[in-house]
Design a protein around this ligand. Structure first.
Ligand code: G1P
Length: 290
């Protein structure tokens, strides 16, 4: 079955990058010339997603405006013949009717945020993309997972190795065996203490899930950090259905923390034709001073 819909939980407060996110949503922080969330939406569209469900909260209205038609702005750019900028602004718009906005009324956790999208998803497999993770890959991160899903079905979550001293910030899997980039698992746990983490393979913000997850989320009690965790419900779904982890070909940048955000800006500046030469010189000069 095709993956047509994607959930983007954008209700998070962005506390790890305050005060930068005091007045604007963390998802709208710029990475070179586009906000973080634009990279994530482009990744979803490249993977064939036709409808995006944003799970928002208070203070996140700017995200809805960002993906809308900005009539006055586009009209002025047209009148001034600024065609390049106009094309970039037009490309940031989502097609009419291709998005929905659902409110998560209280910050009860990622599992609860995904559950809030249940009526719009209905009874079909769907994707979840965490909006502070940028995956730089060709094809796009989610496209790689959709291709794997076409082969094996079931449920698939992306994982990425992280340094052992960071495992307690993530959901972590217990790998069993590997077939190329697909990994069979015996379990997963949210934010384990470093000493008892089953591996250093962190769940990295991309999921393809079967709709049966919603029934489990509905009954899911609070877990790590007192929040309703998606990882806990997935661990139970693993007992009932096929479940795989997938390691991306490409790089993963977690923009929800300062170092990951900086890494994302640097990686994209080195890649963007407008900034690449300048960024390379700057890195060389900086390296010379170390
Ligand atoms: C969430 C998930 C966690 C995952 C992480 C990736 O945690 O609960 O399993 O590893 O995103 O960024 P959060 O960053 O919201 O604490």
């Amino acid at each position: 079955m095709r993956i047509r819909k994607a959930v983007l939980p954008v209700a998070g407060l962005g506390t790890r990058v305050l005060p930068a996110t005091k007045a604007i949503p963390k998802e709208l922080l710029p990475v070179v010339d586009r906000p973080v969330i634009q990279y994530v939406v482009d990744e979803a569209l490249e993977a064939g997603i036709e409808h995006i469900i944003f799970v928002t909260g208070r203070g996140k209205g700017a995200i809805e405006d960002y993906f809308d038609h900005s009539y006055e702005l586009e009209d002025q750019l047209k009148a001034k013949n600024k065609t390049d900028i106009l094309a970039a602004v037009e490309a940031s718009r989502l097609p009419a009717g291709a998005s929905s906005f659902v409110r998560q009324q209280a910050p009860l956790g990622l599992g609860h945020a995904v559950w809030c999208a249940r009526d719009v998803i209905g009874n079909e497999p769907f994707a979840v993309l965490l909006p502070d993770v940028i995956v730089k890959g060709k094809p796009s991160g989610l496209k790689q997972m959709v291709d794997a899903f076409a082969r094996v079905g079931g449920n698939i979550i992306a994982v990425d190795p992280v340094p052992q001293d960071r495992v307690s910030s993530y959901g972590v899997i217990a790998p069993k065996s590997r077939d190329g980039r697909l990994i069979a698992m015996s379990g997963m746990i949210e934010k384990p203490p470093r000493e008892s983490a089953p591996s250093n393979l962190a769940i990295t913000g991309r999921y393809i899930l079967q709709p049966e997850i919603f029934g489990l989320l509905e009954k899911q009690g609070a877990g790590a950090g007192g929040e309703i965790q998606l990882t806990d419900a997935m661990a139970r779904l693993m007992d009932l259905q096929d479940f795989y982890a997938y390691e991306f070909e490409g790089s993963v940048h977690d923009c929800g923390n300062k170092t990951g955000y900086f890494e994302a800006v640097l990686a994209h500046a080195l890649d963007n034709p407008d900034t690449a030469a300048f960024a390379r010189d700057l890195v060389r000069q900086a390296a010379g001073k170390l």
